[in-house]
Design a protein around this ligand. Structure first.
Ligand code: AHR
Ligand code: AHR
Length: 450
């Protein structure tokens, strides 16, 4: 059985079911999701791809597609749409089989404003999602659930969605916490105060549960790879316009109800139900998720770039095969370098490989002439900057090398924005996603010059 078979047995059937990793009904044999090549609409081999549609497995056509602009924000894709997720940003295994989740950087989101069967008004519903407990931030709002059909903030109680991150009132420890977004309010318990009964959920895979019925609602969660769910809150609706609820029935993933789009997180699977699921039904769903055996897998591919080594990056585009990634202060570029150049130039093109500051499965590149400074992206450009110790810096400076897109060497992919790579163009080192020229993003990684 799948999670939706369990919800159906409990009398609270799924009315939307989304997953890029597995079927959520035992009988579902349709597609899980659709991808497209970033440069055009063909296949993904040797290039970069994005997820365009996450299909609804219930037959109700509650598919998730690229989110449109809203009251809070326009996305940076054409016509103000949000970005689409890179298709290979969140590799995992389920029972040993490779699959990919939906890795959502800030600016990325999915939505459906014309749904079928999702709760409206004060009607009862339940929902769960499986997330990556190590990928989050404190911004608004990494949500999965029920939101406004107008992509506008239409008032308190117009949303009922799972929120995961550190943006709410919080709970025990330093987060992240499972919470709810009820519009103009992130909640980790029954009111706007921190909830000491809500633990930080830092496991690699997290199950998050929210459900609501007239007058009552609950927040639950646990480790999606082992153990059971705990109830962090169950009780009365918050005061201040949240009782009765005014749910509108749109579906969101990775964004707030008004398209607030600065949050990040990773989604693997989730459903919406009709009716208020019992704790026992949700506990059976959790057992089903644990039995799916989510596990982390390698985030890198291609020639190994060993932690503890010192490297150079040689361009492979025909124009530029004597040029290497080098820096002058904060500015990164490609420069022609040979072993007979000055020690200063050679050092400027030489990098220590260390364990990734933001994810230990990837790497960071420390400047050999400026210890404590690293190649990082900021505002979608590359810089060499001193580590300021922040979570943002550590993630901006984390790179997951891949097999070179042009067929040799490595392409250096960002951990936090996996559609983006080290790319050179007219001698400038940039951080591109679209029109990634395979040669421009492919580097022969060799020993350091100095
Ligand atoms: O409730 C938090 C956020 O506030 C909602 O997601 C958004 O619509 C509003 O900005
Ligand atoms: O480069 C993209 C983002 O821009 C970085 O994560 C952040 O530092 C800046 O806002």
């Amino acid at each position: 059985a799948g999670p939706c078979d369990i919800y159906a047995s409990g009398g609270t059937p799924c009315v939307a079911a989304h997953s890029t990793t597995r079927a959520l009904f035992s009988a579902y044999s349709g597609s899980l999701y659709q991808i497209k090549r970033s440069s055009d609409d063909f296949f993904c081999a040797g290039t970069t791809c994005v997820i365009t549609t996450i299909f609804d497995q219930t037959g109700r056509s509650n598919h998730l597609t690229q989110a449109p602009p809203g009251g809070a924000a326009n996305g940076s894709d054409p016509n103000g749409f949000d970005n689409l997720a890179a298709a290979d940003g969140a590799p995992v295994t389920l029972n040993g089989n490779k699959a990919y989740g939906v890795f959502i950087p800030p600016g990325t989101g999915y939505r459906n404003d014309a749904t079928n069967g999702i709760a409206v008004g004060d009607a009862a519903e339940g929902m769960y999602a499986v997330f990556d407990g190590t990928h989050y931030n404190g911004n608004c709002c990494f949500d999965y659930g029920n939101a406004e059909t107008s992509v506008r903030d239409t008032g308190n109680g117009h949303m009922e969605a799972i929120y995961f991150g550190t943006g709410g009132p919080g709970g025990a420890g330093s987060g992240p916490w499972v919470g709810a977004d009820l519009e103009n309010g992130l909640f980790n318990g029954g009111n706007t105060a921190a909830n000491p009964k809500s633990p930080s959920l830092t496991s690699r895979f997290v199950t998050a549960v929210v459900k609501g019925e007239p007058g009552t609602w609950a927040i639950r969660g646990g480790n999606a790879a082992s153990g059971s769910l705990s109830t962090f809150f169950s009780g009365a609706r918050p005061s201040g316009g949240y009782n009765p609820m005014h749910k509108e029935g749109a579906l969101i993933l990775g964004i707030g109800g008004d398209n607030s789009d600065r949050a990040q997180g990773t989604f693997y699977e989730g459903v919406m139900t009709s009716g208020y699921p019992s704790d026992a039904t949700e506990n059976s769903v959790q057992a089903n998720i644990v039995a799916a055996v989510y596990a982390a897998t390698s985030l890198t591919s291609g020639p190994a770039i060993a932690v503890g080594s010192a490297v150079s990056f040689r361009a492979t585009t025909a124009c530029c095969t004597t040029r290497y990634i080098a820096h002058t202060g904060a500015t990164v570029s490609t420069q022609a370098v040979t072993s007979s150049d000055t020690q200063a130039l050679k050092l400027s093109a030489s990098w220590n490989v260390i364990t990734g500051l933001g994810n230990s499965a990837c790497v960071s590149f420390e400047s050999r002439d400026t210890p404590g400074s690293y190649i990082r992206h900021s505002n979608f450009q590359l810089f060499v900057n001193a580590n300021d110790g922040s979570k943002l810096f550590s993630e901006d400076a984390t790179w997951c090398p891949q097999a070179g897109l042009s067929g040799q060497g490595n392409s250096i992919r960002s951990w936090s924005y996996p559609a983006h790579y080290f790319r050179h163009f007219n001698g400038i080192l940039s951080f591109d996603a679209t029109w990634v020229f395979n040669d421009d993003v492919t580097w022969v990684v060799g020993p350091a010059f100095a």
